[in-house]
Design a protein around this ligand. Structure first.
Ligand SMILES: C[S@@+](CC[C@H](N)C(=O)[O-])C[C@H]1O[C@@H](n2cnc3c(N)ncnc32)[C@H](O)[C@@H]1O
Length: 308
């Protein structure tokens, strides 16, 4: 489904700290300034984020005024409902979250499990926000039937309601009046992107999209991604794609072929926390892909990204 309604409300652009209301493993929050270093030399009509998740790139880009409008899309309906609530009724969402979070007193694990059952029955967005804030590593997991099955983190209670309220209201003010929210497949979300726009893609990489405990409720076949990239290259739409990478000697995901008309850059994402926990010091390197012509059109020496 494609929508064209732009929410209005209490807009505020000059925020100092980028708000980040949705806790989401794999969020590009830390990397956003460096990824945006590839595009912030230009002003775009729209920035599309069709695999938005917590929309870290959109929020950071809106703070930098990279584009006139922003298009957020995801195929996970309750997550898109969270974004719609952030834009249309931020106070209600913050209140609902505070009420659910406060119900944790006493049997907090039992409370989490009841909220999870309710969420699986209703898809309620405030309940999803609480589950994401409280679950292990802020990392959603879904079973084969699409039911949220991640366990609660036993050491943390999840983001406090006061901080959540600040981030919900902050994101709402930053995005209001210039953001479209679209539920659906990434191809539909970016179907109307033009050469005046920029698309940032952060799909689930192969390896987290199959098997019993899928990280995202929906996987993405590589051939579908490749055909979407071919379409963007053909249409002359600038894009930046995060896909595969490596940590220490291990690779995750298979690199994409440069025959697609794309160039691969490497971004040093810093020390891997998981490796550090296991007593190893390893850097995580993430691949970024851009159309070759887009790379030629700018001076990449100004970014912290280097061509591989
Ligand atoms: C790696 S996460 C994106 C994280 C995001 N960059 C952030 O900063 O939080 C991938 C997202 O893509 C969504 N997704 C998976 N398959 C999709 C599809 N075919 N179309 C649109 N969204 C999809 C998932 O629900 C998930 O939110």
């Amino acid at each position: 489904m494609k929508t064209n309604a732009i929410y209005s409300g209490n807009c505020a652009r000059g925020v100092k700290v980028v708000p980040h209301p949705i806790p989401y493993q794999g969020s590009k929050r830390q990397l956003a300034p460096r990824i945006l270093g590839l595009v912030e030399h230009r002003r775009f009509r729209r920035l599309y984020e069709p695999f938005s998740g917590s929309a870290a790139i959109t929020l950071a880009a809106a703070r930098l005024n990279v584009a006139d409008e922003y298009v957020l899309g995801d195929s996970l309906k309750p997550l898109i409902d969270v974004w719609n609530a952030i834009l249309a009724a931020p106070e209600n969402l913050a209140n609902d979250y505070a009420e659910i979070w406060s119900g944790q007193v006493g049997d907090s694990i039992g409370h989490y499990n009841r909220v999870r059952d309710d969420f699986n029955a209703t898809g309620n967005p405030a309940k999803l926000l609480y589950l994401l804030a409280r679950c292990v590593k802020n990392s959603p997991r879904f079973n084969q039937d699409g039911m949220f099955n991640q366990s609660p983190d036993r050491r943390r209670r999840g983001k406090a309601p006061s901080r959540m309220r600040r981030d919900i209201l902050g994101a709402s003010a930053l995005l209001c009046g210039r953001t479209l929210v679209r539920l659906g497949d990434f191809t539909t979300t970016m179907a109307d992107a033009t050469p005046a726009d920029i698309v940032y893609l952060d799909p689930p990489y192969e390896g987290v999209t199959t098997g019993h405990n899928r990280r995202y409720y929906q996987g993405l076949e590589r051939r579908r991604l490749v055909s979407a990239l071919e379409s963007l290259v053909r249409r002359g739409v600038p894009f930046v794609l995060s896909y595969d990478g490596r940590c220490g000697g291990r690779a995750y995901g298979q690199p994409l072929s440069e025959n697609l008309g794309i160039a691969r850059l490497e971004l040093n994402a810093g020390r891997s926390t998981q490796a550090t926990l296991n007593g190893r010091s390893e850097q995580t390197i993430e691949s970024l892909y851009v159309p070759k012509w887009f790379l030629r059109s700018r001076d990449t020496r100004t970014t912290l990204v280097s061509a591989a």
